[in-house]
Design a protein around this ligand. Structure first.
Ligand SMILES: NC(=O)c1ccc[n+]([C@@H]2O[C@H](COP(=O)([O-])OP(=O)(O)OC[C@H]3O[C@@H](n4cnc5c(N)ncnc54)[C@H](OP(=O)(O)O)[C@@H]3O)[C@@H](O)[C@H]2O)c1
Length: 220
């Protein structure tokens, strides 16, 4: 079991980053929320801590480069900015376990549709841009609202894929320490394409059913 590991979240000021930050900190990890604007990140970190006076949450804010200095780094920017963001941090992320939670999606009416990046997935794009990092993909199907609310009763399986066994294992180990989440090894980075695309289905279901559902796999 990991104890108090350091997690950096690039683009961590949005709903997805905030949700992961509070859950990971509640599990005893130290979280650095990264941003293009250090002050915004610090304000978001302080806001999360202040909203949970009954807990000791080790969450701080910094630049995206500060977040990239953590032991495990999650990419939580919109898809449009992900490749440029990680490319600028290439040397900081060299040799590290980097986890993409980025989904490339577009909305059409009451439906969400997947966009297919040239390398099949955003995780593939990020892995290609970084070259020397160990890229995994995870957290795609988790509704941020449920992640942010520690009392939501969230119970979700998190599909984790990647070509580097150590990176996949470290990501699953982290996930399994977080209340409400179970990490599932879903294979190589090639699986990131259907995993990311399936997020469109999850969000469309949630729109149609006015729900915040997530996925649970039976039989495993
Ligand atoms: N929301 C969810 O429920 C959810 C669940 C699973 C996965 N995801 C995925 O996680 C990622 C983040 O989702 P989100 O809803 O938190 O997104 P978001 O709020 O739109 O963006 C997250 C943060 O990224 C930064 N950012 C925005 N545009 C950027 C750009 N062009 N380049 C670099 N940084 C930029 C912003 O932070 P600063 O301005 O502070 O730099 C923003 O607060 C997305 O790829 C999404 O598909 C979302």
């Amino acid at each position: 079991m990991l104890e108090g590991m350091e997690l950096g979240i690039i683009g961590g000021t949005g709903p997805a980053g905030r949700g992961l930050a509070v859950r990971a900190a509640a599990a005893g990890h130290r979280v650095i929320i990264g941003s293009r604007d250090e002050e915004r990140a610090s304000a978001v970190a302080a806001e999360i801590v202040a909203a949970h006076p009954d807990r000791t949450l080790a969450i701080s804010g910094g630049t995206n480069q500060d977040a990239a200095g953590a032991a495990l780094v999650v990419i939580a920017t919109p898809w449009e900015g992900a490749v440029a963001t990680v490319t600028a941090l290439r040397s900081d992320l060299e040799g590290k376990n980097v986890v993409s939670m980025v989904n490339a999606l577009t909305k059409e009416g009451r439906e969400m549709l997947p966009l297919y990046p040239p390398r099949g997935s955003m995780a593939g794009q990020i892995a290609s841009a970084l070259g020397g990092s160990h890229v995994a993909a995870a957290f795609h199907h988790l509704p941020a609202s449920e992640m942010q609310n520690l009392a939501s009763g969230l119970e979700a399986d998190v599909l984790v894929c990647g070509d580097h066994e150590g990176s996949r294992a470290a990501t699953i180990e982290l996930i399994d320490t977080i209340d409400g989440l179970r990490g599932i090894d879903a294979g190589s980075l090639a699986q990131a394409s259907p995993i990311e695309a399936f997020t469109a289905v999850c969000i469309t279901i949630n729109i149609r059913h006015k729900a915040h559902s997530t996925i649970r796999l039976a039989g495993i």
